[in-house]
Design a protein around this ligand. Structure first.
Ligand SMILES: NC(=O)c1ccc[n+]([C@@H]2O[C@H](COP(=O)([O-])OP(=O)(O)OC[C@H]3O[C@@H](n4cnc5c(N)ncnc54)[C@H](O)[C@@H]3O)[C@@H](O)[C@H]2O)c1
Length: 348
């Protein structure tokens, strides 16, 4: 199959437009049509991102256009219903995180994609960022030995609009905390068993701050901090093992490595990971709608993976089932935070 895949977009807000640029960067996608409940947003995305047609109802898009795959980038409470409509129409699905509000809703979507025989990928971006690609390689090479503990966090300034509304699935835990939960799951091969959380809520009822620990089968532990009390964005992950440690800060490309077993890192060493490690190298920012976003290359790398999975008929990295594993943890974090006691995650 050498032809470009024909893509549609549902949700023409900020991320939908960024993803359109990233899709184009792959050189393997044709942008066919887009839809948004706000017709002006759909029209603007069509004009600026190069979609041939636009719609205010996603069902019209799905019925009237010939598409191979659809990107869904809508508000959190609409992700799962839009995703279900896409797979029911027989298209492959790339859906933004967190893909659903609960693990049960996520499972329903992943199962629908599976039974339709369609590929589904969830937009967790951190594993496609250069420093985190290198971090995973170093962990695989034994830089820290056996992983024992991880500490990770995502902090963000106060968030407004639909992200401040519980009925839309707002709050930093689902918005940015899910990124770092996926990152931890991607680094270790162990099932989460138990979660203990402390959560503070805003007056509107979304999480203001969630502090939680997760215990995994085999004894690995992880602690997380997710908060909207900081004035800026900051994310980090520390991976500790029985032979060393690695530290990475988002949005830096630097990694600090200290390893007993890898000679290059016997002393604590900070390395700068070049941005070219992942992703297409096409020039960024050649679309008038979008100022070349610093993550465009990582998002393009996500699409290279998604398109590869479709063409090669294989499971994509970050499949629907992986998204469900994140939601099993966020479900448990909310349950534990509300109950004030540890919550066990049932074996799926
Ligand atoms: N992976 C990343 O790095 C990353 C970064 C930012 C946002 N996101 C995710 O992208 C998604 C969208 O976020 P955003 O920042 O673009 O929000 P946004 O508010 O800018 O855009 C959301 C759009 O969805 C539209 N919409 C809502 N319901 C709809 C429906 N039923 N059908 C069609 N359109 C509908 C809205 O009108 C709006 O234009 C979220 O899931 C968010 O978590 C991911």
């Amino acid at each position: 199959m050498n032809d470009k895949l024909r893509f549609g977009l549902i949700g023409c807000g900020a991320q939908g437009r960024y993803l359109s640029e990233a899709l184009r960067l792959t050189g393997a996608a044709e942008l066919i049509a887009c839809a948004d409940v706000r017709p002006e947003a759909a029209q603007a995305a069509a004009a600026h991102c190069g979609y041939k047609h636009f719609y205010s109802d996603l069902h019209d898009l799905l019925e009237q256009e010939e598409l191979d795959a659809v990107v869904v980038a809508v508000v959190h409470d609409q992700l799962q219903p839009c995703g279900l409509a896409v797979v029911a129409s027989g298209r492959h699905l790339f859906i933004e995180k967190p893909m659903a509000l609960t693990a049960a809703a996520g499972r329903e979507l992943a199962a629908a994609a599976r039974s339709a025989g369609k590929k589904m990928m969830v937009g967790y971006t951190l594993p496609f960022m250069p420093a985190r690609v290198r971090l995973k390689e170093l962990v695989r090479q034994g830089a820290v030995g056996a992983v024992v503990h991880l500490a990770a966090g995502q902090l963000i300034g106060g968030i407004g609009g639909w992200l401040a509304r519980p009925e839309h699935g707002g709050g930093p835990l689902l918005y940015i905390g899910t990124h770092v939960i996926y990152q931890v799951l991607d680094l270790i091969d162990a099932a989460p068993e138990r979660v203990f959380a402390e959560i503070a809520f805003t007056e509107s009822g979304v999480d203001a701050e969630a502090l939680f620990s997760v215990r995994f089968a085999g004894g690995i532990t992880a602690q997380f901090t997710v908060s909207q009390r900081l004035g800026c964005r900051y994310g980090w992950i520390d991976v500790f093992g029985d032979a060393g440690r690695i530290h990475s800060e988002w949005e830096s490309n630097a990694l600090t490595v200290h390893s007993r077993d890898l000679a290059a890192y016997r002393d604590p060493t900070t390395i700068e990971v070049p941005a070219e490690v992942v992703g297409p190298t096409a020039r960024l920012g050649d679309m008038a709608s979008v100022n070349a976003c610093r993550y465009s290359r990582a998002w393009a790398a996500e699409f290279v993976e998604f398109i590869g999975a479709i063409r090669e008929d294989r499971r994509p990295r970050v499949a629907g089932e992986d998204g469900v594993r994140v939601l099993e943890i966020t479900d448990a974090v909310f349950a534990s935070g509300r109950a004030g006691r540890p919550v066990c995650i049932p074996r799926s």
